[in-house]
Design a protein around this ligand. Structure first.
Ligand SMILES: C[S@@+](CC[C@H](N)C(=O)[O-])C[C@H]1O[C@@H](n2cnc3c(N)ncnc32)[C@H](O)[C@@H]1O
Length: 285
């Protein structure tokens, strides 16, 4: 069978929908079939499978799953992200959430502010948060503002990129010049056109793998702020309800949840009140 000419059979499409939907929550609707076929072909070639059907058989078997799972997850997930993506959230963070949480619960001042970037992709979102919070810290009168950022993603490949913290110069264009000077280092070899996030900023973010479908997210402390942006769009409504309920259970009363601009919580039953478009606050239940 020639892989190039092969199409994904109905049976294999359903098997992959069940596998990916069941394990990762990602809804592979019929409209995603062509994209899925192309990405599975890439993986089939990489592992030397003779056909798409053979690759689908391979990942259904425990030994195949163990070897191929991370690459399959990486292939079926979308990792688009940017520094300062949807910038209104970072303004809201600095101008409202940080002062409000410091006043009402001593977050950052009496104890470290706890922030989670759920589905952090290649790191641009948590590093943006680290820059913004570092600026808030520098502006505090006593300079003893403390914060901790936990960044998670299901894909181990994007987490590796995030931990390295090396990006093409073009990727950091949305970062204001002043912050670029303070928190980003140009590579010694200028012809490479790369920048590296400063060690100080890298130390402020902890990356770890986490599947939002997991039963236990392993947080020791309640969270003050969760950025959960541009990932819920991949889940069905019932899964969004379950996952968001789980996320919100880790949020302190009065804590903030930021969602992507195309993600609506309308119709979901969650203990949240909207404070501004796509920004929510946990209320008492
Ligand atoms: C489009 S990116 C969003 C990145 C960032 N939050 C932003 O808004 O720029 C979506 C990320 O969600 C991750 N993802 C998909 N399903 C997931 C799951 N079940 N658990 C955790 N992360 C998941 C993908 O690996 C991907 O990196």
């Amino acid at each position: 069978m020639n892989l190039d000419a092969e199409t994904l059979s109905d049976r294999d499409f359903r098997r992959m929908q069940d596998l990916i939907g069941g394990e990762c929550g990602i809804d592979l609707a019929a409209s995603k079939r062509v994209m899925l076929e192309a990405r599975l072909k890439r993986r089939a070639r990489a592992v030397g499978a003779a056909s798409l059907a053979a690759y689908c058989d391979f990942v259904q078997r425990p030994e195949g799953r163990a070897r191929e799972w991370d690459s399959l997850v990486d292939a079926v997930t979308t990792h688009k992200t940017d520094f300062f993506r949807e910038p209104a959230h970072f303004d809201y963070l600095a101008d409202h959430a940080v002062p409000m949480l410091a006043d009402t619960s001593g977050a950052g001042t009496r104890r470290p502010l706890q922030l989670w970037s759920a589905a952090s992709s290649t790191g641009e979102e948590p590093y943006t948060l680290a820059m913004v919070l570092s600026e808030c810290a520098a502006a505090m009168p006593r300079h003893d503002y403390r914060f901790h950022i936990e960044a998670t993603d299901i894909s181990t490949a994007v987490l590796e990129t995030a931990r390295r913290g090396v990006y093409p110069e073009t990727a950091v264009e949305p970062v204001p010049l002043e912050l670029r000077r303070r928190y980003l280092l140009r590579s010694k070899d200028r012809t490479k056109h790369l920048v590296r996030v400063s060690p100080q900023l890298r130390h402020q973010v902890t990356f770890r793998p986490l599947n939002l479908m997991d039963q236990d997210y392993h947080f020791d402390e309640p969270l003050d702020i969760v950025f959960c942006r541009n990932v819920m769009i991949y889940f069905t409504r019932p899964k969004q309800q379950t996952i968001l309920q789980h996320i919100v259970s880790h949020l302190r009363v009065g804590g903030y949840l930021m969602m992507g601009h195309s993600e609506s919580l309308n119709g979901l039953d969650l203990p949240l009140e909207q404070v501004t478009p796509t920004v929510y606050r946990r209320r008492d239940v």
